[in-house]
Design a protein around this ligand. Sequence first.
Ligand code: FAD
Ligand code: PYC
Length: 417
Amino acid sequence: MQTFSAFSLIRRAFGGHAGWQPQWRAPEPKAAYDAVIIGGGGHGLGTAYYLASEHGIRNIAVLERGWIGGGNTGRNTTIIRSNYLFDESAALYDHAVKLWEGLSRELNYNVMYSPRGVMMLAHTVHDEQVFKRHVHANRANGVDNEWLTPQQAKEFCPPLNISPQLRYPVLGAALQRRGGTARHDAVAWGYARAADALGVDIIQNCEVTAIRRGFDGAVEAVETTRGTIRTKKIGVVTAGHTSVVMAMAGLRVPLESFPLQALVSEPVKPVFPCVVMSNTVHAYISQSDKGELVIGAGTDAFVSYSQRGGLHVPAHTLDAICELFPMFRRMRMLRNWGGIVDTTPDRSPIIARTPVPGLYVNCGWGTGGFKATPGSAHVFAWTMARDEPHRINAPFTLERFRDGKLIDEAAAAAVAH
Ligand code: FAD
Ligand code: PYC
């Protein structure tokens, strides 16, 4: 009879992610692929997975200059929700939420999706009006969202301070119950493992340094730190650095890159049942399964490629958190970090073909692309495979900035831009 140690049973039960990265075969880059994805974050790995699983394109390489999931995918605060105002965004983000619901099963890898509810606090009359507008718009689109009084908000999240004496008193909240969190790096590992099993080459420590185009203008190869790789299809999924990579193909994109920071507390027993966000005070908080309070700050006010930001930004956030949740005042912070997010003028992503034949781009997620990972990857794979957009990403073109067809989601983005 086969016997298992407790350790291997836990490993089996959790699909291998509980604190260690699975062992990858480490392929050498081939001379040519049918498609190359630049960027081994969740969106890039997910794109490769759907290209292979849904479109039968398996001769693919994902080229990652560092390690998979080491960019924003492994740095974010994992908030998942689809309570966006406009029809186009609600369709895109809700497509993602529906895929999150079955993702662990699909990948046979526990991504720890936890629909524990996302509550967005209103502190001013303007907040209240904006969130009620979202509640109504979401419901008209079949997306769950409901309005709570301060007392109902406290029942849902007992640590919340609803005293009217606060500098920013809680006047109510919008609650999306299907919103929640997932384990961020498990998403990268889950997609990577599933793509790898379908024959995709995932090549780490391989930076793309140039994109080569032929006489007809179409892409024909990438130059990398591990040599030249020929291909006729390139998907650029390099959050934070997209303008640099697109410039390699001679294209300018309407993006600005900013540092965005987050931090975690020392771990404590389960005390915080949901996700709470406050746009007005620029703070958001949840508790990870390890017990750390996961706290996010706003973006720095200047453009930068440095994966760190000014200390005054998290300091401001912690003031707000301590006021909203006085029981956390004596907790200690364990670590803080930053990521680089790239932001479009209308705060909505670009998931599209480009004017360069064979070149596709998925970028501009700003502070909010983690939640979109499965949906974004799914429709981007469709776009790359068929050379035409899926109906869900059809509005998210590059040309909308030329034509003025903006999807101006600024008020829903929840983090200070
Ligand atoms: P990434 O994971 O950044 O992957 C891009 C990859 O491209 C990187 O690994 C990078 O190394 C690689 N790359 C770049 N240039 C090259 C090159 N030349 N050659 C090869 N590889 C290259 N979103 C939410 O929805 N909810 C949140 O709660 C949330 N919180 C956030 C908190 C913080 C602190 C930060 C920084 C972001 C947060 N986000 C959140 C945003 C979210 O993390 C991103 O939108 C999302 O993870 C982007 O995923 P990606 O796969 O496109 O990018
Ligand atoms: O888009 O929900 C979000 C978010 C939360 C923190 C950063 N982004």
